[in-house]
Design a protein around this ligand. Structure first.
Ligand SMILES: *Cc1c(COP(=O)(O)O)cnc(C)c1O
Length: 387
C-alpha cells in the first residue's frame, strides 16, 4: 500500500471560529474565573443531558473526587469498579481513603460485568463506580437493581459517554451522579474540564468540596452583588471551572450532535469493513443503547495472526496510523499490584482482552479518505501476517 505523508493521530479536537469568538468574548468581558459563562454552560449541559443539575469543574477526575466526598465515602469503605479504565477512576477512590475493588469485565462490551459484582461485595462495600467504556453504556438497569437491593450508591464515570443513551435515556439524566470529561481527547473539549450531573441536592452538596469547602452562599460571592460572607464547611479542593473553559464548552456543546453523527458514521464504516474478517472482532453495539463512540476498540483474534497486538500497533505506526490501548488493566499497574498484591490472573477476562485490543483513530474531523486509509492499513497488515 502507499504510505500517507502525514501521521494520522488517534484523536484531535475539532475547533473553529465559534470557540475563538466565545473565548474572546469572555476575555473582553474581563470576567475570567467562574462566573456567568460557567453558570450558562452548567445550565445548557443539564438541558442537553436531561440532568436536574450540573456542576462545572476543572476535570472529570475532580468531578469524581467531589462526588465521592459528597457521597460520604472514606476510610474503611470499598468501592466496586472496573479494571479497564483510566487511572483517575481508581485514583480518586484512593484519594478519599477508600479501597477500589476491581471486578472483571463482560467479554462482549468490556464493561463491568454486573453478574460478577455480587461475589465481591462485603460489609464495607459502599458504592459501585462503573465506566461507560468507549462510550458504550453499562447495563444501568441491572446495576441500579443491584445497588438498590444491597443499598449501595452508584456513581457513573461518564468520561467517554457524553451524548450516549441507555434505553432511551441520556447518560447523566438518571437518579445517580455521573462525571463527564472535556479533556482535549474526549468527544467535546474545554481544553481541560469536567462536569458532574445528578439530582440538585446532590450537586449542591458536591459543589462544597469543589471550591475550598465554602458554603454555597460563599460560592455566590462570585456573582455581581454577591455577599462577602462565607463559611468553610470542610477542607475542600480548588476544582472550579473557569469562564474561559466554559466558553469552549458552550461552543462545543452546540456542535456535539454533529460530532456525534460523524463519529457514528466512522465507527459504522469500520465495522462494515471489519465484520466477517476472522482475524478481527469489532466492538459491541447493543440495540438498546446509543453508543457515544468515544473510542473504536478493535480486537485481534491472535490465533489467526502470526504477530502480537504490540507488533500490530508497530505495523500501524509504520503506516502512519496512530493507535492506543484503552486500557492497561488497573491491577497490573505497580501501585495497585503491590498495594493489594494482585496477580494478573485475578481478573482473567480483562487481561486476556487487554492483550488483544487497540483503539483506532476516531474523531469528528476525520475525512472519508482518512477512514478509508485506516481500513486499508488494517487489511494490509492482516494480509501480510495471517497465520
Ligand atoms: C479521561 C478519563 C478520565 C479523566 O478525565 P479528566 O477530565 O482528564 O480528569 C476519567 N475516566 C476515564 C475513563 C477517562 O477516559
Amino acid at each position: 500500500m502507499k504510505i500517507r505523508d502525514t501521521f494520522l493521530p488517534l484523536s484531535s479536537p475539532v475547533l473553529g471560529e465559534e470557540e475563538i469568538a466565545e473565548v474572546v468574548d469572555t476575555i473582553r468581558s474581563n470576567w475570567l474565573t467562574t462566573g456567568p459563562k460557567t453558570k450558562r454552560f452548567e445550565a445548557e449541559f443539564s438541558a442537553f443531558t436531561g440532568a436536574s443539575a450540573a456542576l462545572g469543574v476543572n476535570s472529570c477526575t475532580s468531578a469524581l473526587h467531589c462526588a465521592l466526598v459528597a457521597m460520604g465515602i472514606g476510610a474503611g469503605d470499598e468501592v466496586i469498579t472496573t479494571p479497564l479504565t483510566f487511572a483517575a477512576t481508581a485514583n480518586v477512590i484512593e484519594h478519599v481513603g477508600a479501597r477500589p475493588v476491581f471486578v472483571d469485565v463482560d467479554p462482549e462490551t468490556l464493561n463491568l460485568d454486573v453478574d460478577k459484582i455480587e461475589r465481591s461485595l462485603t460489609l464495607k462495600t459502599k458504592a459501585i463506580l462503573p465506566v461507560h467504556l468507549a462510550g458504550h453504556p453499562v447495563e444501568l438497569d441491572s446495576l441500579a437493581a443491584l445497588a438498590k437491593a444491597r443499598r449501595l450508591l452508584l456513581l457513573e464515570d461518564a468520561a467517554h459517554a457524553v451524548g450516549a443513551e441507555y434505553k432511551g435515556r441520556k447518560i447523566g439524566s438518571g437518579e445517580n451522579p455521573a462525571a463527564f470529561s472535556f479533556h482535549t481527547t474526549k468527544n467535546m473539549t474545554t481544553a481541560d474540564g469536567g462536569m458532574l450531573t445528578g439530582p440538585s441536592a446532590f450537586v449542591d452538596k458536591a459543589r462544597v468540596p469543589s471550591l475550598h469547602g465554602m458554603s454555597n452562599d460563599g460560592w455566590k460571592r462570585y456573582e455581581q452583588g454577591g455577599a462577602w460572607f462565607y463559611e468553610i464547611l470542610m477542607p475542600g479542593f480548588k476544582y472550579n471551572m473557569n469562564d474561559i473553559q466554559a466558553s469552549f464548552g458552550l461552543a462545543q456543546l452546540k456542535k456535539l450532535p454533529g460530532f456525534q453523527a460523524r463519529r457514528t458514521a466512522i465507527a459504522h464504516a469500520y465495522t462494515a469493513a471489519f465484520s466477517g474478517e476472522p482475524a478481527l472482532q469489532v466492538p459491541a453495539d447493543r440495540g438498546h443503547v446509543v453508543h457515544a463512540w468515544h473510542l473504536y476498540i478493535l480486537r485481534l483474534s491472535l490465533a489467526a495472526l502470526t504477530i502480537s497486538r504490540d507488533r500490530f500497533i508497530d505495523e500501524l505506526r509504520a503506516r502512519r496510523v496512530g493507535t492506543s490501548v484503552h486500557f492497561i488493566p488497573m491491577h497490573l499497574h505497580p501501585y495497585y499490584r503491590d498495594k493489594y498484591r494482585f496477580r494478573p490472573a485475578a481478573l482473567p477476562v480483562a487481561v486476556a482482552e487487554y492483550e488483544r485490543f487497540m483503539s483506532l483513530p476516531l474523531g469528528a474531523g476525520m475525512t472519508d479518505e482518512d477512514v478509508g486509509y485506516v481500513i486499508e492499513a488494517v487489511k494490509d497488515i492482516i494480509a501480510k501476517f495471517r497465520a
